[in-house]
Design a protein around this ligand. Structure first.
Ligand SMILES: Cc1cc2nc3c(=O)[nH]c(=O)nc-3n(C[C@H](O)[C@H](O)[C@H](O)COP(=O)(O)OP(=O)(O)OC[C@H]3O[C@@H](n4cnc5c(N)ncnc54)[C@H](O)[C@@H]3O)c2cc1C
Length: 413
């Protein structure tokens, strides 16, 4: 049996794919990336990187350059209509978890990682759409692209996102499941906000909770001059065309976004008035259901990142968990390169990562419910988020130590 680390092919040049390539490169393991999009593709939106992710980016030597590009903060403060603080949720804290949380444009993170990939000389083939696995043996995989060309590799890693094609080769029936709600969001200049005059220190980010639900406002650029605003609504599932139609219907989205405007405090009303209609966007919440295996029978096809476990963005862990997957998987491959048996190592890693993602999914579910309108929350009769929960388990994990330990436990040494 040849080593899986001999000739690695990564499908997808997103956060998971690029982090994996960089961590492999740092350990002297070569790989190639195949990406369907072109280099000039531009994505929108901002994402959250929490301390568990920033620790990895710091180890890769990219945190210092990224940090000034985003907005650093510690917690989301929950306020009611009377501007009283009702709760708080830590997304980071230098004192408590080693790093503040960093909110930055997704494009900025991807551009930065792409720069590092180029600098490291890692080959990336753009415009290459993975299609299917032609054959797999215990030595490797022959796989095909949409244009019918084929390639061979010792290990095929799918980091091709929530609608993963590689996942279909492992588990054809696994499909993303709709969580019943969408986020409606937009961005506008901070200068448009009417801060409550009697509360000059009104915090941002903030989650304002009122009868109609929760309205979040968070700065998303280095200067904090652009504010993301978002609210969550229950909405029936649509097919692809239906979601596209809703996304295009900006007037409908704006009216959903501004629903029950009078029930909100003036600061939220000022945000609603500031929204340029054409910027309102939606994000339907989908989960990839729990997959007990993230790899094929023979262990030469593996998925990670959103392909394996996409979660709604509520806990801000999408990109952070993709980074954890990539970093810990490289440690496993480095151990295998030194002689550890492959399939048993892979099995131990999958179990460790699945347990971790279970915790993140549970947290996401609690936070999803917390954002719903009061009467919907009450109907659910289920747990919602409550402060006082220690986030150390999420943000302070020693991933290197834990991955090595999970392999030692599996092999008894
Ligand atoms: C358009 C978009 C906007 C997002 N916005 C936010 C946000 O605002 N906030 C947030 O927290 N998270 C956001 N996310 C999610 C977040 O980026 C992911 O949770 C996280 O980065 C995990 O990334 P990933 O690398 O696993 O998957 P992705 O980031 O989805 O990357 C997958 C990559 O695989 C490529 N690919 C797909 N199919 C194929 C194929 N057949 N062949 C070759 N390549 C393929 C895709 O083009 C893409 O580059 C967004 C994701 C997307 C796709």
């Amino acid at each position: 049996m040849s080593s899986p680390t001999k000739d690695i092919a990564i499908i997808g040049c997103g956060v998971a794919g690029m982090t994996l390539a960089l961590t492999l490169h740092a350990r002297g393991i070569p790989c190639k990336i195949y990406e369907v999009r072109s280099t000039i593709y531009r994505t929108t939106g901002a994402l959250i990187l929490s301390p568990n992710a920033l620790r990895i980016l710091d180890k890769l030597g990219v945190y210092e350059d990224l940090e000034p590009k985003g907005f650093s903060f510690q917690k989301m403060i929950f306020k009611n209509n009377a501007h009283e603080t009702t709760d708080e949720y830590y997304l980071g804290s230098k004192e408590l978890f080693g790093y503040d949380c960093l909110r930055l444009y997704r494009r900025g993170l991807l551009d930065h990682l792409r720069f590092e990939i180029n600098d490291a000389g890692i080959p990336v083939f753009y415009g290459a759409k993975f299609s299917h696995v032609v054959s797999e043996t215990e030595d490797g995989v022959e796989f095909a692209f949409e244009d019918s060309t084929t390639k061979h590799c010792s290990l095929l890693i799918g980091t091709d996102g929530i609608h993963s094609t590689v996942r279909r080769c492992i588990n054809p029936s696994a499909r993303p499941v709709y969580a019943g709600m969408i986020s409606i969001n937009c961005a506008f200049p901070r200068s448009a906000l009417r801060m409550p005059p009697e509360h000059p220190d009104y915090p941002l980010p903030v989650a304002v909770q009122s009868k109609p639900g929760t309205f979040i406002m968070a700065p998303q650029d280095g200067e904090g001059s652009t504010i993301f605003a978002g609210t969550v609504a229950l909405y029936p599932e649509q097919d692809h065309a239906g979601w596209d139609e809703l996304a295009r219907d900006k007037a409908k989205l704006l009216s959903m976004f501004c629903k029950d405007k009078d029930a909100w405090p003036d600061i939220v009303q000022s945000a609603m008035e500031a929204v340029p209609e054409e910027t309102v966007a939606i994000w339907p919440f989908y989960n990839v259901p729990r997959l007990s295996k993230w790899s094929s029978e023979q262990g030469r096809v593996v998925i990670l990142g959103d392909a394996a476990h996409a979660v709604p963005p509520t806990a801000g862990q999408g990109a952070s968990q993709a980074l954890e997957d990539a970093y810990s998987f490289t440690i496993v491959l480095a151990e295998v390169a030194k002689g550890r048996e492959w399939n048993k190592s892979l099995d131990a890693w999958e179990k460790m990562r699945n347990a971790r993602v279970d915790g993140v999914k549970k947290l996401t579910q609690l936070l999803n419910k917390t954002t719903l309108p009061k009467e919907e929350r009450e109907k659910l009769e289920m747990e919602t988020w409550g402060s006082g929960v220690d986030q150390t388990w999420l943000y302070c994990r020693d991933l290197e130590n834990d991955t090595e330990q999970c392999l030692k436990d599996a092999f008894g040494n």
